[in-house]
Ligand binder design. Structure first.
Ligand code: SAH
Ligand code: SF4
Length: 356
């Protein structure tokens, strides 16, 4: 079987291809000039092009479904070479602004939410991805390809920086090797040049892996899916809490190296009648004491048969106001793309239901 060229860092490519400056040329072709085939790479010797063609593929993913939402977000379902499918979402964060002469005065801003695994082992009670079980890790190249395909499909210029969040399907720290490799490939100046500070890993809280990631000192940002402030409730919602309880997660965060200007994001998925009370907010304030944190409140997004309900807007606002009043930066995640079934795993599920 052919290898995927997107799996290679520039350095690795330089080691297998001689002379090594070819690696930089190939990176430029793939990431800057959108080459779709090795035949396009005109400054490579013909013989090298045909050898590359025999040994490598350029794109391991195929778009099999695409849904646009009224708020501008676009959700993709990609198929891997072995037939498994994963989701990726493009979230436009800010619209382009033009002046009277039609010149762009403010660039549009984008975030791409990528998947790290096919399925997930963690088994959170509220998550649709968990229902399908775990199939396999994505390779670094399959993670990079999600970003590359989406940038190309939306004509986002190669030098336009985007933000990456590892918040799609899967637990990124359960696939730490490939995820950190993808971060480095995406970071390459001859590639997409997406700085580590523009990339956020979201984790259900694998404390030992948070420590390991911290020691790698990549400069990547961290988001913690906390969702509950008591171990008893968190045990029920997220079985991983039995192995790594709230205290161990908080301690791991305290040891994590983070840029002075940045914060660790705590995601708090709010479910009606479960964790939407002020007592929980009070406890959250205590837990975050001494951490440069920000909190993102997320509306639970129901799906057919889901065991929880969407919280009331008034309770979300009360939570936000309480946290703000106690010195914690807090935002409510705008449910981007609710009409395209935006929460992770939901497009995949929909397609499966329609096909069977
Ligand atoms: N495994 C990692 C990253 C992927 S999950 C993690 O858990 O952090 C990304 C986010 O999707 C998590 O914060 C999770 O809480 C959220 N999510 C899962 N199911 C959801 C649902 N039904 N509604 C809203 N958000 C959901
Ligand atoms: Fe896995 Fe995250 Fe879903 Fe939990 S919320 S099952 S960790 S993808």
């Amino acid at each position: 079987m052919k290898k995927n060229i997107l799996d290679y860092t520039k350095q690795e490519l330089g080691e297998v291809l001689q002379p090594s400056f070819r690696a930089k040329q190939i990176y430029n072709w793939i990431y800057h000039k959108d080459a779709k085939s090795f035949d396009d790479m005109q400054n490579l010797p013909k013989e090298m092009r045909s050898k590359l063609k025999e040994a490598y593929t350029i794109n391991p993913l195929q778009v099999i479904r695409k849904e646009a939402s009224s708020d501008g977000s676009i959700k993709y379902l990609f198929q891997c070479e072995d037939g498994y499918t994963v989701e990726t979402v493009l979230l436009p964060m800010k619209k382009e602004v033009k002046n009277e002469e039609g010149r762009v005065t403010k660039e549009a801003k984008y975030t791409i939410c990528v998947s790290s695994q096919v399925g997930c082992k963690i088994g959170c009670a509220f998550c649709l991805t968990a229902k399908g079980g775990f199939k396999r890790d994505l390779s670094a190249g399959e993670i990079v390809a999600q970003v590359l395909n989406i940038k190309q499909d939306n004509n986002i210029a190669h030098n336009r920086r985007v933000n990456i969040v590892y918040m799609g399907m899967g637990e990124p720290l359960d696939n730490i090797e490939n995820v950190t490799k993808a971060i480095q490939i995406l970071n390459d100046i001859d590639g997409l040049a997406i700085g580590a500070r523009r990339q956020t890993i979201s984790t259900s809280g694998l404390s030992h892996q948070i420590e390991k990631l911290g020691k790698m000192n990549l400069g990547v940002l961290l988001a913690i899916s906390l969702h509950a402030v008591d171990d008893a409730l968190r045990d029920q919602l997220m079985p991983i809490n039995k192995a790594y309880n709230i205290e161990s997660v908080i301690n791991a965060v305290k040891n994590f190296p983070i840029d002075q200007r940045k914060r660790v994001m705590f995601e708090y998925l709010v479910m009606k009648g479960l964790n939407d009370d002020i007592r929980s907010a009070k406890k959250l304030v205590k837990l975050l004491h001494g951490i440069k944190a920000k909190v993102n409140l997320i509306y639970f997004n129901p799906y057919p048969g889901s065991p929880f309900d969407r919280p009331d807007e008034s309770d979300m606002i009360k939570l936000k106001e309480y946290l703000n009043a106690h010195g914690i930066i807090c935002t409510i995640r705008q449910s981007k793309g609710l009409d395209i079934s935006a929460a992770c795993g939901q497009l995949k599920e929909k397609t499966a239901n329609e096909l069977h």
